[in-house]
Design a protein around this ligand. Structure first.
Ligand code: SAM
Length: 268
């Protein structure tokens, strides 16, 4: 890489650049991009994944926030007609502008850890135009995304993401694969939006509300934590045992509670 564009990693942009060729290859293999597909990479950084993604023959848009990385990305990939560079904040980006009707987007990113959860929620709002997502995240976050009911990792993030997507924890990546090395372990996750929601709620905002309220005090019983939203009778009418703690309920049960709340609001 040209000396001219030596870049010092910035903490405020969550910059930990991948440099381990084996890990990069493994990620690219998991994504398995093909010619003609539409890919979006969030935070290309210095292009560690970008090169292989473009090499697949796919159409690639990238969004990078750090202005100082733009000349380097232009220099490396600017002449490639299948490459489009956007400088800006992925949190404010309207992903729908990237696809024509009927087209779907494959989203990829070694995400800055400080914005990974809000960014995933921002992307879920566009789930209908997304084919799949592959992200490098903090390992603990991937464990929460892929969690099953009954354990300490099962919570708001697991439930709201699994409402929209199938989640696969693919593999872990140690700090040594990055420059500078982060303080935490990382993992690759695959999120595939459901073609049809397995447990559709009448109003998914009410599901969000019930889940948030329930996990605000995860040690307490549902009867207690949901007191402001649903009576003991309404919880029972949803087929849920009010003496359970929130982490013992699966997604379907939370959806039943949210629908019960929708009923209660409709008849109020
Ligand atoms: N993909 C590169 C790699 O694997 O080496 C860089 C990964 S680094 C963890 C995260 C990248 O996301 C950085 O390049 C950072 O500048 C960029 N970034 C941070 N916040 C962003 C945002 N809100 N929108 C777009 N890019 C962002």
């Amino acid at each position: 890489m040209s000396e001219l564009y030596q870049h010092r990693a910035r903490k405020r942009f969550g910059q930990n650049f991948l440099h381990d060729a084996g890990v990069i290859h493994r990620i690219l293999r998991a994504i398995h991009a093909r010619p003609g597909q539409r890919l979006l990479e969030i935070g290309p950084g210095q292009g560690a994944l970008t090169e292989g993604l473009l090499g697949s023959g796919a159409q690639l848009d990238v969004i990078e926030l750090d202005q100082d990385l733009i000349p380097l990305l232009k220099l490396r990939f600017g002449l490639e007609p299948r490459f489009t560079l956007h400088q800006g904040d992925a949190m404010k980006f309207d992903f729908a502008t990237l696809v024509s009707p009927g087209e779907k987007l494959r989203v990829v990113g070694n995400l800055p850890y400080n914005i990974s959860t809000p960014l995933i929620f921002h992307l879920l709002a566009h789930a209908s135009i997304i084919e799949d997502m592959h992200f490098m995240l903090q390992k603990e976050v991937v464990e929460r995304l892929a969690a099953t009911p009954g354990g300490g990792d099962w919570g708001r993030l697991s439930i709201m993401v699994q409402y929209f997507c199938r989640v696969e924890h693919l593999f872990n990546v140690g700090p040594g694969a990055f420059n500078p090395p982060p303080k935490v372990d990382s993992a690759i996750v695959r999120l595939v939006p459901h073609a049809e929601l397995p447990h559709p709620a009448r109003d998914h905002r009410l599901l969000e509300r019930v889940v948030r309220e329930a996990f605000n005090q995860r040690r307490k019983t549902l009867r207690n934590t949901l007191r402001q939203l649903l009576s003991a009778e309404q919880i029972e009418a949803a087929g849920v045992d009010g003496s359970l703690r929130p982490e013992q309920l699966d997604l379907a049960a939370f959806v039943r509670l949210a629908d019960q709340l929708a009923d209660a609001q409709a008849s109020a």
